[in-house]
Structure formats: structure tokens, C-alpha cells
Unconditional design. Structure first.
Length: 398
């Protein structure tokens, strides 16, 4: 355990009873995967201290428009409930302050290129000598050894190299990336899960550990059934648009006015679908009676369904499918999403002097009191430098 379990983390525990209250995390990461992981932990009560470069800060502060004040919406989406400390790690006094802060932390998170943290004396081996209870999580692109270790870990690069793009998109179109940096998100979720598991282990043994989460390896884990289809069945996935490789009908269909999704995930739901569209005989046709048969005869069945669905507006089909308890949905744009009761319930607001009222998507992990609160707006660059260093009894210029 750290020598000083109080300080800012202690104050945070007094102000909030989140399950991670009293845990201090020093976050050297930037962009998406690392900041997402630490924001999840901050939402759950941890005191997260974000270390940033003076003058520039996290790259995502500049990734706009849109901007609110000086910071991009991209940055604001990933850094609530944190404090920002601006330190130039190449400057000896600043590097010393960072080491003191890291040695007294429960968790350190970093995503620098391999070897850089050791140059600053902030590597796990150095810090663990002073704090054996430290949990240290490194997020890397492809690993820490070998030829790929120095390659940059951009999400779109790994979407290409992991195979995800090869089976995303329309059959006759080009390989397509997912519309959000999904593999960075997955990596951040794995990191947050691993950190919490390591903290639980420390509560039993008193010792921390080093964790490494690779963007590439996390991405392969995220392929789930598509990876298994190849490894166990020898099937190389191909682009299928919005269709599912293992379930039919489970895809987008065009109604008379707009597209909608039908997800008839088993034989019972398919039979109900056939009744809704006025063709109950399809459910008894040997070519379509089982999911295995429907997968084999996908093109024939989808053509029949598509012809029927084009005859009426989407709202008519969705009403009938819902009445029959068949999973279905319109394809909503984000303005429509956040206008729904479910979408609007996930919006949290916090007053931020200088930026106005920030509207952010909440952490979805509900506890007895509901969604975790936003205790702090995303910090301005270096906003808490003097405050945090004062807690350590340190002072540096700037």
C-alpha cells in the first residue's frame, strides 16, 4: 500500500462513497484507451490525477471542432472526474514530482512508447521498490518486444491489421472501419477490468503487479464469434453488410420509407415474423424451418422478406413486430437517440465556469443510487498542478 493513503484520495473518499473512493490513480496516458479506462475508474470514485505536457496537454484537447472553450468535445468525452497536473517530464524537478506522486499512488497508468517511462524513472520496477503495492498498467500498441513494439497504435491501423475491416462493409464495397474507435474502447474496458482485478488481488496479498494490455491483442479478443468461426470452422469471414454470419434473418431491411433492423434470433421468432408479414407458410418450408437451413438459403429468404417489407412504411412493420414480441428497431441518428426517454436518461449535466453547462454521456454502471455522478468537469490543462503538488509538499515553477 502507498505510504500516504490519505491526501487527495482521502478527501475524495469523504466527499463520495463510490466503490473506488480512497484509490489514487496517476494517469500518464493520453488519447482514448488509457483516458477511457481511468475515466471509468474516476466515475467509480477514484481520485485520478492526469499528467499532461505543459502547453499542449493530451492530444485530444485539439481534436476538433467542435470545441467548448479551448478544448475539443473529444477530450471532454473522456476526462471528467479527473484533476490535471502539467509536468514536463524532461525537466528534472518535474520528473521528481511525478515520481513522488507515482510512488504514493495505488495505480499508475501509461501508454508511452516502450522504454520511455524507464528513462524518466517512472517504470514499474523503479516505482515498485518504493511502493510494492503499486498496480501499474501499461497500454501498448502491439507489445513491448519485437519488431512491432515501436509501431504507433492508431485504432484504424489495428482495425485493418486485426481483420475487423476485412469483414465490415458492404459485400461489393471497400473494407470499412467501424464509425467509432471501437478497438480503443475495448482496450480501455479490458484495462479498467484488469486494474480492478489487480486491486482486489492486492487486498489479499498486499502486493501490486504490473499489467500490460495490447491494443492488438485486445482487438483479437473482441472478434469473438468471427474469430471462432475461423479457428473452429475454417471460415474466413467476408463482408456481409448488416447481415449476421450465423443468424438469419438478423439484419437491416428497407421499408417503403426508411430502413429498420429485424433480429429474429431463433426459430420461434422467425415463425412470428412470418405470421406478421402474412406468410406463415415460410416457417414450415424445409428451406427455412431452422436457423441452419436459413443460413444455407440466406439469399433466397432475404430476397423474399425484402420484397414484402418494401410494401409498407417502417413504422407499420415495427408496430406489428413489437406486438408480436419480435426484436426490431428503426435506425436512429444521434439527435433521435438523445430525444428518446432512454437516450436522454443517459445524459448528465455539470456546470463548468467558462464552458457553460456540459452535457456528457453517463457511465452506465448503475449502483444503489443510480448512475455514477459527475463530481468534476473535465479539467483545464494544468488546472490542479499547484493543488496536487501542495498535497505532496512539493512546489515547482509553472
Amino acid at each position: 500500500m502507498p505510504d500516504d493513503p490519505g491526501g487527495a484520495a482521502g478527501h475524495a473518499a469523504a466527499a463520495d462513497d463510490g466503490p473506488l473512493s480512497g484509490i489514487r490513480i496517476v494517469d500518464f496516458s493520453r488519447v482514448l484507451a488509457g483516458p477511457l479506462a481511468t475515466m471509468i475508474l474516476a466515475d467509480l470514485g477514484a481520485d485520478v490525477i492526469k499528467i499532461e505536457r505543459p502547453g499542449a496537454g493530451d492530444d485530444t484537447r485539439a481534436w476538433g471542432p467542435p470545441f467548448l472553450g479551448e478544448d475539443a468535445a473529444y477530450f471532454l468525452s473522456l476526462n471528467r472526474n479527473k484533476r490535471s497536473v502539467a509536468l514536463d517530464l524532461a525537466e528534472p524537478r518535474a520528473a521528481h514530482a511525478a515520481r513522488v506522486l507515482a510512488e504514493r499512488a495505488d495505480v499508475v497508468v501509461e501508454n508511452f512508447r516502450p522504454g520511455l517511462m524507464r528513462r524518466f524513472g517512472l517504470d514499474y520496477d523503479t516505482l515498485a521498490r518504493a511502493n510494492p503495492g503499486l498496480v501499474y498498467c501499461s497500454l501498448v500498441a502491439f507489445g513491448e518486444d519485437g519488431e512491432s513494439a515501436a509501431r504507433p497504435g492508431y485504432d484504424i491501423i489495428v482495425q485493418a491489421l486485426s481483420g475487423l475491416m476485412s469483414f465490415t462493409g458492404q459485400p461489393e464495397g471497400e473494407p470499412t472501419k467501424v464509425g467509432v474507435a471501437l478497438l480503443d474502447v475495448v482496450t480501455g474496458l479490458f484495462a479498467a477490468s484488469g486494474i480492478q482485478a489487480a486491486l482486489i488481488g492486492r487486498s489479499r496479498t498486499g502486493r501490486g503487479r504490473r499489467l500490460t494490455v495490447s491494443l492488438y491483442e485486445a482487438s483479437l479478443s473482441a472478434l469473438v464469434n468471427q474469430a471462432a468461426n475461423y479457428l473452429l470452422g475454417g471460415i474466413v469471414p467476408r463482408r456481409m453488410g448488416n447481415a449476421h454470419p450465423n443468424i438469419v434473418p438478423y439484419q437491416l431491411f428497407e421499408a417503403a420509407d426508411r430502413p429498420f433492423i429485424l433480429a429474429a434470433g431463433n426459430d420461434r421468432l422467425f415463425r412470428r415474423t412470418c405470421e406478421v408479414i402474412g406468410h406463415p407458410e415460410l416457417a414450415d418450408d424445409p428451406a427455412f424451418a431452422t436457423n441452419q437451413a436459413r443460413v444455407r438459403n440466406r439469399e433466397t429468404l432475404v430476397a423474399i422478406l425484402q420484397e414484402v417489407f418494401r410494401a409498407r412504411p417502417a413504422a407499420t412493420w415495427l408496430e406489428s413486430l413489437e406486438a408480436a414480441a419480435v426484436p426490431s428497431a428503426p435506425v436512429l441518428a444521434l439527435d433521435e437517440v438523445f430525444a428518446t426517454p432512454e437516450g436522454s436518461a443517459m445524459i448528465q449535466e455539470i456546470e463548468d465556469p467558462g464552458r457553460g453547462v456540459l452535457r456528457l454521456v453517463a457511465n452506465p454502471i448503475r449502483g444503489p443510487a443510480g448512475l455514477p455522478p459527475i463530481r468534476r468537469p473535465p479539467p483545464r490543462l494544468g488546472e490542479h498542478t499547484r493543488e496536487v503538488l501542495a498535497e505532496l509538499g512539493l512546489e515547482i515553477d509553472g
